[in-house]
Design a protein around this ligand. Structure first.
Ligand SMILES: NC(=O)c1ccc[n+]([C@@H]2O[C@H](COP(=O)([O-])OP(=O)(O)OC[C@H]3O[C@@H](n4cnc5c(N)ncnc54)[C@H](O)[C@@H]3O)[C@@H](O)[C@H]2O)c1
Length: 442
């Protein structure tokens, strides 16, 4: 196979479609190993950022992007007619849910249709977007088999082109792991497909883990994320029970975590956020219906987790009641818009839901987040809000402060000293020994 030799010699050119959170670290990893990387996206702003040597993701340094661009190894384009230039095409476009909580496959489908227009013999295509088991072989494969421009012959997978699924496991801003140091699961359609995909990822990833098929790889990613969703739901449920019993869930989790086997800690919070955990489990739920199976565990976890922002608001109402105040007419400041600490990604963030519920109940709501100066438009929300600067004067103007994201950059002492009432959904104040009677956990 020419492709294998080209990859081994680092002469293979890597194309990546979808220039979001997944592509940038992956593209940089390939560029650092000497591969030419060409990114494709419909969004001109991202292409221009790369052209201008700018990172558009907070935890990826602009200098790193600059170095790769200056070396000529990292480029980006909106011109999909350049797809035949590359030897491997990696797809990392979004896989969200639609308003009925069903998979929105339009991004993957449109991308696959575009590839099929340009697919040339000898190319490897891998899909990294999280999806339901079967996507690679049921959606991508038929399109690529019919990609021959002459239309009289079908392309043969494993001979004319190679196809695999390899889920992304990126954990943004995790100081202990990066794209290159997280083992990568790979499932190929044929023996040649897995060979090519393993050769590709072995160039940049510390360890590849081959599985028997793309659908086994697709299912692996779902298991990982469903495991998290279910365990987070469990501690969220326990949080509510223990709170009624006067037991602090955080103390209990810390104590249980001392068990050296059979227990992994998960932490409660104001609700699920990010592109993965709130979404991916329902890709399986949807597919399972085709097999007449109800995924009750997944649905139940979804129900508990979806309820959490409402729980935080109920808790806030209870707390305000102690001070003879109603939520209606109260000024609330939400700390943190990003879905997890120290990042700027606010997709599916529970803070957005909190704003909605609090406003519906008559509260005046502002937010403060050093990494999200303005709330961008999302599929669901279009708030015209700017981050409030965290000063003593500003904090003391609010009747209630809800800590939603525990960014390290917040000055917790200053907040504790100046806020009238605090509802802490992350145990951030207690963790810093800031224990005051106007700080409540939720
Ligand atoms: N962000 C993460 O940490 C993470 C982790 C694991 C898995 N994933 C999965 O990886 C996939 C990508 O996630 P992401 O966070 O990088 O998404 P993202 O939203 O940050 O980026 C996706 C990019 O794809 C582009 N795009 C959309 N349609 C396109 C098309 N037809 N052609 C070309 N470009 C197109 C968008 O403009 C955007 O730049 C998703 O399936 C996600 O579930 C993400």
């Amino acid at each position: 196979m020419d492709l294998l030799q080209k990859i081994k010699n680092k002469e293979a050119k890597i194309g990546i479609i979808g220039l979001g959170y997944v592509w940038l670290p992956l593209g940089l990893a390939f560029a650092a190993k000497g591969f030419d990387v060409l990114g494709f996206d419909l969004d001109e702003r991202k292409i221009n950022s790369i052209g201008n040597k700018q990172s558009y993701i907070k935890h990826i340094k602009t200098e790193e992007v600059g170095k790769a661009v200056e070396s000529g190894k990292l480029k980006a384009t909106t011109d999909f007619a350049r797809l035949p230039e590359v030897d491997a095409i990696i797809i990392c476009v979004p896989t969200p849910l639609n308003e009925h909580r069903e998979p929105d496959m339009s991004f993957v489908e449109n991308t696959a249709k575009t590839i099929s227009k340009y697919l040339r013999k000898g190319q490897l295509v891998t899909l990294e977007s999280t999806t339901y088991p079967g996507t690679t072989e049921e959606l991508l494969l038929p399109l690529f088999e019919n990609a021959d421009p002459a239309k009289d012959n079908k392309y043969v997978v494993g001979k004319d082109f190679y196809l695999a699924f390899s889920p992304e496991r990126e954990d943004p801003n995790n100081p202990n792991y990066s794209t290159a140091t997280i083992p990568k699961v790979v499932g190929g359609v044929t023996e040649n497909c897995i060979k090519a995909a393993l050769e590709l990822y072995n160039q940049v990833i510390v360890k590849t883990v081959p599985v028997s098929s793309p659908k086994a790889a697709e299912a692996t990613k779902l298991l990982e994320n469903i495991y998290r969703s279910v365990n987070i739901a469990l501690v969220n449920e326990l949080k509510m029970v223990f709170d009624r019993m006067g037991i602090d869930i955080w103390e209990v989790i810390n104590a249980a975590s001392t068990k050296p086997f059979g227990y992994t800690p998960f932490y409660p919070g104001p609700g699920l956020g990010g592109h993965c955990i709130p979404i991916d489990p329902f890709y399986l739920t949807w597919k399972a219906r085709e097999f007449e199976i109800n995924t009750r565990f997944i649905e139940l976890a979804g129900e508990v987790n979806t309820y959490q922002p409402y729980y935080v608001v109920e808790k806030s109402i209870e707390v305000l009641n102690k001070y003879k105040k109603a939520l209606n007419g109260t000024k609330v400041l939400i700390l943190g818009a990003a879905y997890k600490k120290d990042i700027d990604d606010m997709r599916e963030s529970p803070s957005l839901k909190l704003i909605e519920i609090l406003r519906e109940r008559g509260a005046g709501v502002d937010y403060s987040d050093p990494y999200v100066p303005k709330l961008p438009k999302t599929r669901k929300y279009n708030y015209d809000m700017n981050s409030v600067e965290l000063t003593k004067e500003n904090i003391s103007k609010y009747d209630l402060v809800i800590l939603s994201t525990d960014h390290e950059a917040f000055d917790y002492e200053m907040i504790a000293a100046n806020a009238k009432i605090i509802v802490d959904t992350r145990n951030a104040f207690a963790k810093r020994q800031l224990l005051k009677e106007n700080i409540y956990k939720s």
